[in-house]
Structures are given as structure tokens and as C-alpha cells.
Design a protein around this ligand. Structure first.
Ligand code: ADP
Length: 163
């Protein structure tokens, strides 16, 4: 049984995240999309809202025969992965700028949990500039983000803006 954790803020979910999920799913039997509960960072969506959106969007994604689960967590990713009995942590790399941070995190996580390997996937070219932060900034300034985030996520962002 090969179980992986794909941890992140997912505030909100983008097509870049979905691309990583789609391409890493065939490598594993089970994958937990692990949503970091980070209220101190004042996220746009609560962890529960983010989990809900991912659960709604996932059925439309081809995840091969990989069983998908969505959970929120707080604290150390390595500890969450160990408690979940995962053997891998999946992360995406978009550009060299991601590399330094990801390298530090991967080495620290390996020190904390030597049995858990971090697996990196390169972002799809079409989403390599897509980040949740950029999507929020462009959306809030009235720019178009369609095609870069799931329609459902865009609708939830609009609902939040109109409130
Ligand atoms: P975190 O705050 O942990 O970086 P994110 O939600 O920003 O959480 O990202 C979660 C993971 O998804 C990270 O490994 C990140 O590199 C990856 N990721 C984010 N956006 C993209 C994208 N457009 N293409 C590929 N991977 C991405």
C-alpha cells in the first residue's frame, strides 16, 4: 500500500494544484490532500471551506485508481504524514524560486521522519506561474482568472467578495 500526503494551504485550490494531483495519483494507491489549518495567516477561506471545495472538485479529476481523501491538519507536516501512515510527501515545483524553500522543508522533514520521502513533481508549463496568492490578487483587482482555477472556486471567491 503506497500512501502519499499532498500538503498545502490550498487557499484557494488552483488548476496548478489539480495538475499535481492528477500526475502524482497514478504513483500511489492512496493520497491525502492535507489542508493546513492556518487561521493566524488570515486565509481567504477557512480550512473547512477549503476542504469542502477540494472535495467538490476532485470527482471531476482523473486520479487513476488512486483513492483520494481530503483532511485538514495543523502542526508539522512530517508528523501528520507519519500519523497517516504515509510513505511520501508530494510537493510541486514551479520555478527555481520554489526550489530553495522546498529543499529546506524536504531536508527538515527527512530529519524529522527519515522513513518518509518527499517526491517533487514539476509544474505543468501552463500553470507554472499560477499561485493561490497571485490568483487572489488578480481576482480582487477585477482581473480574469478563469482557466487557472476551478469554476467552483471562482464562484466561491465571487460570493465571498459580494458579502
Ligand atoms: P504552501 O503554503 O504549503 O506552499 P500551496 O497551496 O501554496 O501551499 O502549495 C501546495 C503545493 O502545491 C506546493 O508544493 C506548491 O509548490 C504546489 N503548487 C502550488 N501551485 C502550483 C502550480 N501552479 N503548479 C504546480 N505546483 C503548485
Amino acid at each position: 500500500m503506497r500512501r502519499a500526503v499532498f500538503p498545502g494551504s490550498f487557499d484557494p485550490l488552483t488548476n496548478g494544484h489539480l495538475d499535481i494531483i492528477k500526475r502524482s495519483a497514478p504513483l500511489f494507491d492512496e493520497m491525502i490532500v492535507a489542508v493546513l489549518n492556518n487561521p493566524d495567516k488570515s486565509p481567504m477561506f477557512t480550512a473547512e471551506e477549503r476542504c469542502g471545495m477540494i472535495r467538490e472538485v476532485l470527482p471531476s479529476v482523473d486520479t487513476s485508481s488512486c483513492k483520494m481523501r481530503v483532511e485538514s491538519f495543523s502542526g508539522l507536516t512530517a508528523e501528520f504524514a507519519r500519523k497517516s501512515e504515509a510513505t511520501a510527501i508530494v510537493r510541486g515545483i514551479r520555478a527555481v524560486s520554489d526550489y530553495e524553500y522546498e529543499l529546506r522543508m524536504a531536508l527538515m522533514n527527512r530529519r524529522l521522519e527519515p522513513a518518509i520521502e518527499t517526491v517533487f513533481l514539476m509544474a505543468g508549463e501552463e500553470y507554472s506561474y499560477v499561485s493561490s496568492t497571485l490568483m487572489k490578487q488578480v481576482f480582487e483587482l477585477g482581473g480574469r482568472v478563469n482557466g487557472l482555477i476551478p469554476e467552483l472556486v471562482e464562484a466561491k471567491m465571487r460570493a465571498k467578495q459580494n458579502r
